[in-house]
Design a protein around this ligand. Structure first.
Ligand SMILES: [Zn+2]
Ligand SMILES: [Zn+2]
Length: 239
């Protein structure tokens, strides 16, 4: 590995600035090398030798693999930092809402290497992961037009219901979850109601006013729309 490449490794991992990539050894490179060695359980002698090279390559390979998965970067997984890896890192940082400096510092690595949640607004609810509700509580209540499940509830909105149950530590009643098209018409739902898609529910928490419930629901990041139906019940939905 050339001195310049060693400096690229240090720069990319957040130990030095781009201005210090000059191909010459000096106190700045030595200090950056020492900091990298300390963070990675290596002998902190400030000399970027074989062990340090191997360690930096190993770390950057795992980052490149993650970048290829996260932003389809198409990087060669060689463990060597360079412009392409920096550009892919910027792309990832913008997607993840991080400062787009192109360096894989602590925050970027944590975000990149953490197992990404695969739950989206379309993910069907897996009731095995839900503590306080069963599937039947969300069934369409028409009793005639459908078998109760014109679709399935979506994971995120049921997770919020579970959180509400935990927060107030009181029974939560679901007055409306899933609705088939005809039932939605019968109860006066708007044609675009998210109840049709398993993305909405109307709930009441025993002993808690709709105003108090609404205040809590509004704090939940998954919820895109909520309102009080009456003094007891609130509607909430996800996008
Ligand atoms: Zn129905
Ligand atoms: Zn509703």
């Amino acid at each position: 590995m050339t001195i310049r490449q060693k400096q690229w490794q240090l720069y990319y991992l957040g130990y030095t600035t781009k201005a210090n990539i000059d191909g010459m050894l000096g106190p700045k490179t030595e200090a950056a090398t020492r900091a990298f060695q300390e963070d990675n359980g290596l002998v902190a002698d400030g000399i970027f030798g074989y062990d340090t090279e191997i360690k930096s390559v190993e770390i950057i390979k795992s980052i490149q693999t993650a970048l290829n998965a996260q932003v389809a970067a198409g990087l060669e997984v060689d463990g060597l930092a360079g412009e392409l890896t920096v550009n892919a890192t910027v792309q990832f940082q913008m997607k993840a809402g991080l400062a787009p400096d192109g360096q894989a510092g602590y925050d970027t690595r944590a975000a990149l290497l953490a197992p990404a949640s695969t739950v989206t607004n379309e993910t069907l609810c897996d009731f095995k992961t839900i503590k306080h509700f069963i599937r039947a509580e969300f069934a369409c209540k028409c009793g005639k037009y459908c078998d109760g499940y014109p679709t399935e509830m979506k994971q995120k909105v049921v997770e919020v219901a579970d959180r509400i149950r935990e927060h107030f530590d009181r029974p939560v009643y679901v007055s409306s979850g899933l609705r088939c098209t005809q039932h939605n018409i019968d109860v006066g739902g708007v044609p675009t109601s998210r109840h049709l898609y398993g993305k909405a529910m109307d709930i009441y928490v025993e002993g808690v006013s709709a105003a108090t419930l609404l205040e809590y629901i509004r704090q939940q990041p998954e919820i895109s729309y909520t309102y009080a139906i009456d003094g007891n019940y609130c509607h909430m939905d996800i996008q």
